[in-house]
Design a binder for this molecule. Sequence first.
Ligand code: URA
Length: 413
Amino acid sequence: MIEGFFTKKEVESITRPAGKVGTCVTCGLHRTCESPQMKPFGNFKKKILNIGEAPGEAEDRTGKPWQGKVGKLLQKTYSSLGIDLFEDCVNINAVLCRPVDLKGTNRPPSNFEAECCRRSVLRTIEEYCPHKIIILGNTALYSIIGHRCMKDLGTISKWRGFTIPDLDFNAWLCPTFHPSYIERVSEQPDVQAIWKRDLKQAFALGALPKYNEPEIEIIEDLSVLKRIKGPVAIDYETTGLKPHAAGHRVVCAAVADSPDHTYAFLMPETKAERQPFLDLLANPKVGKMAHNMKFEDTWSVVRLRQPVVNWYWDSMQAAHILDNRPGITSLKFQTYVQLGVVDYASEISPYLHAVDNSDGNGLNRVLELLTVPGGTEKLLTYCALDTIYEYRLAMLQQSQILLPFYSWKHYQQ
Ligand code: URA
C-alpha cells in the first residue's frame, strides 16, 4: 500500500472505514428478503470480480446474483467478449439484500444501504484478491470509491472507461454502466457500443504497472539544480491563487528531473540564493512541464520576476485533450485514475484553501502549516509528489497523444 507522507494508520482510516459505519441492524433490509446477505457467486477462473447494485426478485428467490432479465443481458454480453459470467468471475452486489418499496417491488438501494454493506464488500475483495474489479453502475461506484477522499464523486458517466491501477486494492478498477441502464437505452446503439468497448478494454488488461517509490530530495542550497539537463516538471505552493494581490508569495517549489526523482525546497529569501532556480526557468534547453502551467507561469513572472522559457507540456491541458468530460482534469483525479494513487493530499488540503476567497485574492493557510511540527516537511513532500505525478502523467499522455515531432524520444535526442 502506498502511503506517500501519510502513516499507515492514516491511509487505512481513509481507505478502510472503521468506527461509526452503518450495519445490518441500522439498515434492516435483511429482515424483509428471502436471501439475506447474499454470498459471492461464481468460480472466479479469470480473477474478475463484478460488483452490481443489489439483488432483484429473481436473485432473491434463487440466492444468486444476475438471475433475472438484466443478468441475462450481462451474461450474453460477457459471453460475446469471451468471458463466462459465472465460470470466469465472482459476482457480488454493493447491497447484499434485496431492497423493496412499500408494495414489495424492487427499488434502487440508497447510498446509506451501500454504506452499511461496504465493509462486507471490501472484505470480499480482500478475500478474493481479484485482478480486475468491474464496477457496474452508480451504487457500485459509491461503494468502492465513494469513501476514499473523492469529495465530488460524480456519477458513473464521469468514471466509466477509466482503467484504474488501484494501488490500494492491487487490482484494476474498471467502472462502467450498469446493464439495467443499457437495457433502458436499448434504442441508443452508441451507448451500447461504449459499454461493450469499456468491458472489452477491461478484459484485455494485463499485469498491473509497478509503482516505483519516488526519491524526494529536500534541499536548502539550490546549486544542485545547475546540473539538470533534461526536461523538468515544476510545481509551486503559494499563499493563494493569484499572485498580484498584496502579501502573496511563492512559499516552496519542487523540480522533478525524472519520473522517479525530485528536488523540493522552500523558496529562499534572497535573489542570490534563488538564482540557480531562476536560471533553470530561463534555460531554453530545459523543457518545463506543469499541471496547469498558466499558474506556475504567472507566479514566476509576477513574484519571482523570471519568465519561464520553453514550456514543454501541460498535463492538465493534455488530460483535457485526451478526454473532454467535465470534472476530470485535476491532478488529484488524474493521479488516481491514471496512476492508481488513492490519496496523498488530504492532510494538506485544508491549508491550501483560502479562508476568505470571495474575490479570489484571499490568503490560504500554507504559512500556518510551516509553524506546525512536521508541517514544512509535509508541505515539501506534497509539492514534491505533485511534480513526480505530473512527470509520470506527462509520459503516459505523450505515449497516447504521440505527437511525432514532440515525442519523448525525439525530445531527448
Ligand atoms: N442487478 C444487480 O445489480 N445485481 C444483480 O444481481 C441483479 C440485478
